[in-house]
Design a protein around this ligand. Structure first.
Ligand code: G3I
Ligand code: 9MR
Length: 581
């Protein structure tokens, strides 16, 4: 009998727990929290009519009560949502949102600087991706690990052969960050990543001069954001052929490694063919780095000058070789060994020319860079992505308005209007959307790495705010951080370790092979992608904004990548800087 009572008791406890989880998962909310003076919205992923309450976790007191909104209908699914707006709650504290008769949301916090830890974690994520170095417990905690991929014996692949460096020549390309869940390093994807991180520093130097993330270089007199960037920058510099200035596309194995730790990965590594995209991305990054590191000559002697020299040399190579695409399929027909890792193949270089030209122009002041190619070939403003980098150049022109010479000044008003117009277009109709976020305007937002669409939209909105001073753009940008942290159709906060329901099984060799239950923290996964190119069987749905699965097989929705972490770090860091002024 006692046993039966116990079983009934356990069952009823389990059923309450399940109900609590179900309730929490129905309430889609930024799982970290809110600034006191910001908009605060949760979305009920169900057609429930009635009131909602905001309760203090510490006192249990109901401090706010209001009605759920009229329903909103998704454009991509038959589902309907309701909005709970509690923006008038401004008192710092820990809270839950309660739906009477249904249950509580996850707890969340209202306070100033509510995303400082998140910002630090997203930058620290890069430290965890470092190659060629052991991660020590004092910096990496339980995720400490042995060194791997020294990359001091890199083979020139036949596709990369030149008279001075014939196939089989050994070069040294140490350091750098693992690109993603795999163990290779790609110049093109490092390009946008580094550009975004360097811009984060250039846009908000005061914040990042003092933000420490506890890495081996901390306290050396340079900001930690820059210290971390240097780890990848020094690798990138090795990717330039000193004899002609061209830049190899990647350091790679012939095939993706299995899910093993770095120290167990010993297959040969190659640099492959040079390309125009890689060379121009390299030119842009090194021009920007030359500018940024000029202020830190005492900590990094010679680095700024080396970067600038490398940049001009790369630019010259690209001008002479303006159409060298990295076509891996074609390359594999011509050369052995066949290379099966990521391609980041791009065949339109007009945007890379714009970006490199803009960075070189601002760093050197030489107008010839600005006028070398059409800076505004058309009126389009494509959101930054690894193969689409022209806006990175435009952001730089806008950031350095005071340095523009007459010819660029003449374009400036037009550029400013375009950025603001693009921001307006992105936000148009937001109040009708089921999740009230800028992200999700159309099904086309949900591509491989869709979370970087959300965060890059956030960056564009922040540029619109900087140019206009209109607070609404900042509020729009925040809706996309809310999206990434849980106010979305999946109910996940997409950053490992940050939020309540977070990815536990990312497609990430470092997290999968380390025998530690928790994945490495501070890494944003790709997010919903109805393409489902990985063929995983665990996706809950093909509906664009729901097509996400927290399983290790899912490299098309649940991998992590440096070009996704960088804009997430930018968005969180910029909001911290701008909301806490
Ligand atoms: O841009 C088109 C879009 O216009 C179209 O509507 C949509 C429909 O599916 O496709 C979009 O293109 C997709 C593109 O990603 C979007 O950026 C392609 O289908 C898709 O195949 C492509 O995926 C890329 C993937 O590699 C496969 O090549 C991802 O961008 C890229 O982030 C990813 O990168 C990999 C590296 O190769 C290897 N390391 C891991 C890394 C992250 O997964
Ligand atoms: O692990 C690889 C991941 O980093 C890439 O994004 C993805 C697409 O290029 O490919 C993954 O590797 C898979 C390979 O493409 C096919 N065999 C299974 C591999 C995953 O374990």
């Amino acid at each position: 009998m006692r046993k039966l009572v116990l079983i009934i008791l356990i069952c009823s406890v389990i059923s309450t727990v399940l109900t609590a989880q179900e309730a929490a998962s129905k309430i889609r909310i930024n799982q970290i929290g809110f600034y006191p003076d910001a908009q605060k919205v949760a979305i009920i992923a169900d057609n429930i009519d009635g009131d909602f309450l905001i309760k203090s976790v510490t006192s249990g007191e109901v401090i706010f009560k209001s009605k759920l909104s009229d329903p909103r209908k998704s454009d991509f699914s038959p589902k309907v949502t309701r909005i709970a707006d509690f923006s008038t709650v401004t008192k710092p504290g820990m809270y839950v949102l309660n739906l009477p008769g249904i249950g509580d949301s996850y707890t969340f916090e209202i306070k100033t600087k509510v995303f400082t830890n998140l910002t630090k974690a997203l930058i620290k994520g890069f430290y965890f991706q470092r190659m060629s170095i052991a991660l020590k417990p004092e910096f990496a905690g339980k995720w400490s690990r042995a060194a791997g991929h020294p990359d001091t014996q890199i083979i020139i692949h036949p596709s990369a052969a030149s008279p001075a460096r014939p196939a089989g020549t050994i070069i040294s390309c140490p350091r750098g960050w693992y690109d993603a869940g795999d163990y290779n390093k790609y110049v093109v994807n490092s390009g946008i990543t580094m550009g975004t991180l360097l811009s984060l520093y250039e846009d908000f130097p005061a914040c990042f001069d003092t933000l420490g993330i506890n890495i081996p270089e901390s306290g050396n007199g340079a900001p930690d954001l820059l210290n971390e960037i240097v780890w990848n920058l020094r690798w990138m510099l090795t990717m330039q052929d000193p004899f002609d200035g061209g830049v190899y596309n990647k350091v790679t194995n012939a095939d993706f490694d299995p899910m093993i730790m770095p120290s167990a990965s010993v297959t040969p590594r190659y640099v492959v063919q040079k390309g125009t995209a890689a060379t121009l991305d390299f030119a842009a990054v090194t021009a920007q780095a030359g500018r940024v590191f000029n202020k830190f000559k005492n900590v990094f002697p010679g680095l700024s000058d080396s970067c600038l020299k490398a940049s001009e040399k790369a630019w010259d190579w690209a001008v002479k070789n303006p159409k060298v695409a990295y076509n891996q399929e074609l390359m594999n027909k011509l050369f052995k060994p066949v290379i099966n890792t990521g391609a980041y193949g791009d065949s339109d270089f007009s945007d890379e020319f714009i970006w490199a030209a803009a960075e070189l122009y601002i760093t050197t002041g030489k107008e010839s860079f600005y006028t070398a190619f059409p800076m505004f070939p058309d009126a389009q403003m494509p959101l930054p992505a690894w193969g689409d980098v022209r806006l990175l150049g435009y952001y730089t022109l806008e950031r350095f308005e005071k340095k523009l010479t007459m010819v660029a000044m003449n374009d400036f008003t037009g550029l400013k209007e375009r950025i603001i117009r693009t921001a307006d277009e992105m936000a148009k109709g937001i109040s009708d959307r089921p999740y009230q976020t800028v992200m999700g305007k159309s099904a086309g937002d949900f591509i491989w790495g869709s979370n970087s669409v959300a965060t890059n939209e956030g960056i564009l909105l922040i540029q619109a705010y900087k140019l206009s001073g209109d607070r609404k753009y900042l509020d729009y940008a925040l809706t996309n951080l809310d999206y990434v942290l849980g106010r979305n159709a999946t109910g996940y906060s997409f950053v490992t370790g940050y939020g309540h329901k977070t990815p536990m099984f990312p497609h990430h060799r470092l997290s999968e092979a380390d025998n530690i239950a928790d994945p490495i923290p501070g890494l944003i996964v790709g997010g919903p992608n109805p393409g489902q190119q990985d063929g995983c069987k665990t996706y809950p749905s093909r509906i664009p904004d729901e097509s996400y699965t927290d399983s290790v097989c899912s490299y098309a929705s649940n991998e992590i990548a440096i070009n996704w972490n960088a804009p997430a770090a930018y968005l969180a860091g910029a909001l911290e800087a701008l909301y806490n002024k």
